[in-house]
Design a protein around this ligand. Structure first.
Ligand SMILES: *Cc1c(COP(=O)(O)O)cnc(C)c1O
Length: 390
């Protein structure tokens, strides 16, 4: 992707040089990441390790910068979703940081993970055997237990025997045991608390049997924010650290957290001032009903944009004023500029973030599209330059 450069005399409202060939950009606020990390530190209390998740390329938000920041903030390890993420973290200069990889591993891939000094997750016996057979030095692993989600891991019913077997394998060091119990509502919270108790009991049985595992972990963002009780000494939040609310407002107060994705902006590339020129054609179908000007931004489906589902009206912000989104096509979107005073080519358009008194949030975009916040983020991931605010 083309780096952001400053080759022209054009300036934005803050006086910063603007490259006229880069029209869409995502602003990432690392101070918000600092703030959220410290909040989580306060919530989990002293003595509990934080292993932030940077999976899916830090949820589409500048994984290299984010991982460096987490390390600088004192994260005890970084949790990655894939080899690719882990490699990016190593390439970002985090050569000594403990990096745990959640999954996406085949036994035949294990040597590559160990070569990068990554800590692979062992979620089946084949993976444990691969670690044991491909190394002549002790290699650390995390064992994943399926405490009820029904995805990766040793089923909790038989996990004790499996873990004891792995711990006896030559050159395999069981450094951590973890489970994943995501939820989003009150029923889910009850389920997660119940399953966490079973996980705690498993750790306790292992300990009493003589196997003390240094790192135990069961809480991701919803567990941390809701306050699931566990006896573990580590948490692995992702979304919450990026300021993405993990739960409905009535279940937990998330208002102290700040969005790390602080803005998505585009610029007006075309203005069609006269309603008389519009017919009810394919895109005019929406626009011909507009009495004032319409405008076009080069932010379409290819950039991860999507139209609101029926019953919702989405809007962008132009000059501090609501500009309803009329249509989203592959390359562009059409906006209703009726209420925007004197719109000009090149004007900034805020798709997410604040402009004047108005704000569009990630939950707004997800609600309008009737989809999840992760879907909104991942649709845009890697599709536009990122402006990193330190
Ligand atoms: C994704 C994931 C997390 C982080 O989840 P968030 O909801 O983003 O906090 C933690 N642990 C595991 C195993 C995961 O897969």
């Amino acid at each position: 992707m083309k780096p952001l450069t400053a080759e022209t005399s054009e300036r934005d409202r803050a006086g910063r040089p603007v490259d006229p060939t880069i029209l869409n950009r995502m602003e990432i606020d690392l101070k918000a990441l600092d703030h959220n990390f410290r909040l989580v530190r306060k919530i989990v209390g002293p003595g509990v390790r934080i292993h932030p998740s940077v999976k899916s390329g830090a949820y589409g938000l500048a994984i290299s910068d984010v991982a460096q920041r987490f390390a600088a903030l004192g994260a005890e390890a970084i949790s990655c979703g894939s080899y690719e993420d882990a490699r990016t973290v190593r390439d970002a200069g985090l050569t000594d940081t403990d990096v745990v990889v959640f999954g996406t591993i085949l036994p035949s891939g294990i040597p590559a993970y160990l070569d990068l000094n990554l800590i692979p997750t062992v979620h089946n016996m084949e993976l444990a055997e691969a670690v044991s057979s491909c190394t002549t030095r002790p290699a650390r692993v995390y064992v994943k237990v399926d405490a009820g989600l029904g995805r990766l891991g040793f089923p909790i019913r038989t996990a004790e025997a499996a873990i004891l077997k792995i711990a006896r394998m030559p050159n395999v060091v069981v450094e951590g045991i973890y489970t994943h119990l995501p939820f989003s509502d009150a029923d889910g919270a009850r389920w997660a608390q119940e399953r966490t108790a079973l996980f705690d009991a498993l750790i306790d049985r292992l300990r009493r049997g003589g196997l003390s595992v240094p790192v135990t972990q069961a809480r991701s963002s919803p567990g941390v924010i809701f306050g699931i009780n566990d006896s573990c000494n580590s948490v692995a939040p992702g979304g919450a650290l990026y300021g993405k609310p993990p739960l409905a407002n009535d279940l937990a107060d998330f208002s102290a957290f700040r969005p790390v994705l602080s803005a998505i902006r585009s610029r007006l590339i075309h203005i069609s001032p006269d309603a008389a020129d519009r017919t009810p054609g394919m895109f005019g179908r929406y626009a011909h009903r507009v009495t004032g000007a319409t405008g076009v931004i080069p932010f379409g489906r290819k950039d991860g944009n999507d139209a609101a589902r029926s019953g919702h009206t989405s809007f962008a912000i132009v000059k501090g004023v609501k500009a309803p989104v009329l249509a989203v096509s592959s390359e562009q979107s059409v906006l209703d500029l009726s209420n925007v005073p004197d719109p000009k080519l090149g004007d900034d358009v805020t798709i997410l973030g604040r402009d004047g008194e108005l704000e569009v949030t990630l939950p707004d975009l997800a609600r309008w599209r009737e989809t999840g916040m992760n879907d909104v983020l991942l649709m845009m991931s890697g599709r536009m330059p990122q402006v990193i605010r330190q």
